[in-house]
Design a protein around this ligand. Structure first.
Ligand code: PLP
Length: 963
């Protein structure tokens, strides 16, 4: 061996190792793919693909790559700076015990966390069932008729309730009422939304609501300071004035309290966090939202419905999607796309695991803790602010500062933001000794109170802290699913049974265009469930969250570098939420310059539905810009439209590379045109996976972008959420980024409103993106982008031999995704893009994105994480499908009797004794050799969407119906 071949110790340490794990193709595979494209190097390919004018002149300033072990050790040291005090702050966030069987087999299980939104329901029946269970929990506890399958958080759900009220209320008023005892962060978010919609808001004592002419009102049950009040009279009085009443409720309390539905509410919403989901410094958590059946067409977010498959078996799917933004665009009910599926599923499993009795026991324990605490305080002459409570006791003490000091010394957080009072919210983890400790804190040593004795008194005499007319008598969770999986063995198997029905990234590539289903590395996921990150309440004093601030600060700095912007806000907790925050910043920027009249937002016709939906939410008038034959923005049309609205031009929302998967040459010119007319450029960051390290929105000339951290930066999709959508902005927009009424954020206007309930959105999943960037380093990130572009071009080349590739750039290259056009084949043979999508399931693959951005097409995004072996498998599948279509074309199979038409095939299908198809059963199920090695069986055949919407049913069907 020559000396030069001998590696140094530092080289042997292999700090780059993670890069090679994250990027699928190795050096040989990369060379083969480049050769297939007829280029000699990656640099040559990138030069052909990315316009020279937008190439970054220097590498990212992010440092070197770090090994998994080193990155974890560094982050652990940072996390250890978080102080894990006992939290009694409440305000919608409570300590909870995630049952270990759920922790390990759902939250920490890639079978659950790497799935996508269930757009292909035949291979998503598991999470659809878990979501249906979530809807059932929501329905039972709220006492309403229709529930949706998770919203982003309680505060945004309340804002959605206001928007729904405006849509459905018969009142013509333009004012919304918010009770002053709603959680402050909810008031903040609703107020921001109202301002955007142009509604007036009155915040006042709940009972005062009837004295105003309002189209709706928001109440909290129990109130933020704990009062349990019967608002049924108030609700009826408001409804008599044609207003729509929403109640933000605590899910745990509803196990003991009369449901808001029984009190007459029109909408009931709230957080499901305390059903087993860690507080995680504010999220991710799922919100529930339930309403009257009459309002079903006005519901925000996703609804899971029961339908049937081709064989008549019951099958689940997302219902009534025509309400959503991808169809209704600026007229949609909301811009919600990514929601909180993983967390909704955890909450639903929590209910399945404990069952109605177990849950009631937890709720009674929490309530008893509050009763005992209140009794002790009363015995010592401490005055309580309310006579009623479920879990929260608010009280006045003369020596408030001393009490707070004793609490901090004892590593206990009380709620301290209520003037002259303090409050304590009890939780599932509270023990008798915790109550005794709280007595010491509030009363000082030597108080002489005995928790056991106080408890015995309550047992003997009863409690009236829940008023008699509000004691729950109606039943809940009577469905068998909540009553049969209470041993751990049964629970484990139920979770596994559902997991087995779903195709996730741990089975095969999911090539959904625009969704970036890349590796979610295990090392990235590990910190998420560290207690140092998981157990923190979002409103703790800053000195208890130094680890979080450090991690968030470092991540924000890296994102500033990557995006070429000047500042980042971490508050939005989805991409669409980021769009909303960005559009608010643009609007406020114009207002600050006396340009309030600038209200037009240009949006290319190819835009994702969330863009127009968001623009409408921020009260912009949407003007569409055409695309030319090559799929690029029609610059002549853009110029003409910008010219026509010049004085009123506020912004453009543009995706780059385009939703058509191309690096348009004209992007700088586009930015210049918009700026020349006084507008701002919103660059949708969904396609950042094609930019990182090669170009950046800031460098190109855009002013603001959201980043889908759940795409480019490795947060897994969770089956439809969680996500994070931080925005990056140029400095002129920085003063208009969101702030927060409870936790003030530096670097933006101190009076700005919030867009999410928590100051840093779903902070608990930010360590995933932090780990990714730390382990990749600047060079690794650029390599990932290059490989994403190579893989897409390889795919386009190979598939292009069988299907037309719809759009390519100047040099015939695509960006990080490609669109193949199924319309010509459909015309000739009747085989649709839907048939192809379903047939891919028989080949063990999830379909690419269907009919977006162009109807009748499939958009494929392989990402950098898939090896050439996996890419080739997919190509084999698509080629084989093309051969099947050829047989239909040749008349060998008829259009309505072929494997595409009947796809996907279930086991029941294959073993059906009456099989009489013109193709073999064996071929139907094992159409390629590789399939046999790792067969994925869809559990239902093709689902009837129309039937499901016509016969809307969104609750758990009785088990007899499952046949
Ligand atoms: C181009 C584009 N913009 C915006 C979004 C919305 O992001 P999110 O789903 O995180 O709300 C998506 C989501 O798929 C997208 O593809």
């Amino acid at each position: 061996m020559t000396t030069s071949a001998v590696k140094t110790l530092s080289q042997l340490a292999n700090h780059q190792e993670f890069i090679q794990r994250h990027i699928g193709p190795d050096a040989n595979e990369t060379a083969a793919m480049l050769a297939e494209l007829g280029v000699s190097s990656m640099e040559e390919l990138i030069a052909q693909t990315v316009p020279a004018s937008i190439r970054l002149p220097k590498p990212l300033a992010i440092g070197e790559a770090t090994t998994e072990a080193d990155a974890l050790a560094y982050l652990k040291a940072a996390a250890s700076k978080n102080k894990l005090f006992k939290s009694y702050i409440g305000m919608g966030y409570h300590p909870t015990l995630t049952p270990n069987v759920i922790l390990r087999n759902v939250l920490e299980n890639p079978g659950w966390y790497t799935a996508y939104t269930p757009y292909q329901p035949e291979i998503a029946q598991g999470r659809l069932e878990a979501l249906l269970n979530f809807q059932q929990v929501s329905l039972d506890l709220t006492g309403m008729e229709l529930a949706s399958a998770s919203l982003l958080d309680e505060a945004t759900a309340a804002a959605e309730a206001m928007a729904l009220a405006k849509r459905v209320a018969k009142s013509k008023a333009n004012t919304y009422f918010i009770a002053d005892d709603v959680h402050p962060q909810t008031i903040d978010v609703v107020r921001t939304r109202a301002e955007m919609f142009g509604f007036d808001v009155i915040i006042g004592k709940a009972t005062d609501a009837v004295n105003h002419d309002v189209f709706g009102a928001l109440l909290q049950y129990p109130s933020t300071t704990g009062e349990v009040r019967n608002d049924s009279g108030l609700i009826a009085a408001l409804q008599a004035k044609k207003a729509v009443v929403a109640v933000a409720a605590d899910m745990m309390s509803l196990l003991l309290l009369k449901s808001p539905g029984e009190l007459g509410a029109d909408v009931v919403l709230g957080s499901a966090q305390r059903f087993g989901v860690p507080m995680a410094f504010g999220g991710p958590h799922s919100a529930f939202f339930a309403t009257r059946d009459d309002y079903k067409r006005s519901m925000p977010g996703r609804i899971i419905g029961v339908s049937k498959d081709r064989r008549g078996n019951q099958a689940l799917r997302m219902a009534m999607q025509t309400r959503e933004q991808h169809i209704r665009r600026e007229k949609a009910n909301s811009n919600i796309c990514t929601a909180q599926v993983l967390l909704a599923n955890m909450a639903s499993f929590f209910a399945v695991y404990h069952g109605p009795e177990g849950l009631k026991n937890i709720a009674e324990r929490i309530h008893r803790s509050a009763d005992v605490f209140a009794a002790g305080l009363q015995a010592k002459g401490v005055s309580l602010v309310h006579n009623t409570w479920f879990d929260t006791v608010t009280f006045k003490v003369a020596d408030r500062a001393a009490v707070v000091a004793r609490a901090i010394a004892a590593e206990v957080n009380l709620r301290t933001d209520i003037s002259e009072s303090l409050s304590v919210s009890f939780n599932e983890l509270t023990s008798a000794s915790d109550i005794a400790q709280l007595f010491d804190i509030v009363l000082g040593a030597g108080h002489g109170l005995d928790v056991t004795k106080l408890d015995a008194d309550i047992v003997a005499k009863g409690s009236n802290s829940i008023p008699a007319d509000l004691v729950r008598t109606s039943k809940y969770l009577t469905h068998p699913v909540f009553n049969q999986y209470h041993s751990e063995t049964e629970m484990l198997r139920y979770i596994k049974k559902l997991e087995n029905k779903d195709l996730a990234l741990n089975h095969s590539m999911i090539s959904l265009g625009s969704c970036t289903m890349k590796l979610n590395a295990t090392a990235e996921m590990i910190p998420v469930t560290w207690p140092e990150f998981g157990s923190l309440h979002p409103f703790v004093p800053r000195d208890q969250a130094e680890g979080y601030y450090q991690m968030i600060g470092e991540l924000a700095n890296w994102l500033v570098d990557i995006t070429g912007y000047d500042a980042v806000s971490m508050q939005p907790n989805s991409g669409a939420q980021g769009e909303y925050a960005g559009m608010i910043a643009i609007r406020k920027y114009h207002e600050s310059r006396g340009d309030s009249h600038r209200n037009v937002c240009l949006i290319p016709v190819s835009a994702h539905g969330t863009n127009p939906a968001t623009a409408a939410m921020a009260c912009f008038e949407v003007v569409l810009v055409d695309c030319d034959k090559s799929g690029n923005i029609d610059m002549a049309d853009l110029k003409a439209k910008a010219e026509a609205v010049s004085d009123k031009l506020a912004a453009i929302m543009v995706t780059y590379p385009s939703t058509h998967g191309v690096f348009e040459e004209s992007i700088r010119e586009l930015c210049d045109i918009i700026h020349a007319h006084g507008g701002q450029v919103y660059m949708d960051g969904a396609n950042m996976n094609a930019q990182v390290g090669i170009t950046s929105p800031g460098f190109i000339g855009a002013d603001v972008s959201h980043l889908n951290l759940h795409k480019t930066f490795c947060i897994p999709h969770g089956g439809g959420g969680p996500g994070m959508g931080p925005i990056g902005v140029k400095k002129q927009l920085a003063p208009f980024m969101p702030n927060h009424s409870v936790v003030k954020i530096e670097g933006t206007g101190q009076d700005n409103g919030a867009v999410s309930a928590a100051p840093f959105g779903s902070a608990g999943i930010l360590p995933i993106s932090w780990m990714y960037i730390k382990m990749m380093g600047g060079d690794g990130l650029r390599q990932a982008t290059e490989m994403a572009i190579l893989s897409a071009n390889y795919m386009a080349k190979k598939l292009g031999e069988h299907f037309p590739v719809l759009y390519v750039g100047t040099n015939g290259r695509v960006a990080h995704e490609c669109i193949i056009d199924m319309r010509p084949l459909k015309e000739k043979t009747g085989v649709t893009e839907m048939d192809i999508a379903k047939r891919l399931m028989d080949y063990g693959f999830h379909a690419p994105t269907m009919s977006f951005p162009v109807a009748g097409t499939l958009m494929i995004e392989p990402t950098e994480s898939e090896s050439k072996v996996e890419l080739d498998k997919f190509i084999t599948a698509m080629t084989s499908i093309r051969n099947e279509i050829a047989k239909v074309e040749a008349g060998e199979w008829t259009a309505d009797n072929n494997p595409l038409h009947f796809a996907p095939h279930t086991m029941e299908d294959i073993f059906d004794p009456s099989w009489d198809r013109p193709y073999e059963r064996q071929y139907a199920a094992f159409p390629a050799q590789y399939v046999a090695e790792n067969k994925f069986w869809p559990t239902v055949t093709r689902i009837d969407d129309v039937y499901g919407d016509r016969n809307l049913m969104c609750a758990c069907p009785s088990p007899e119906d499952y046949r």
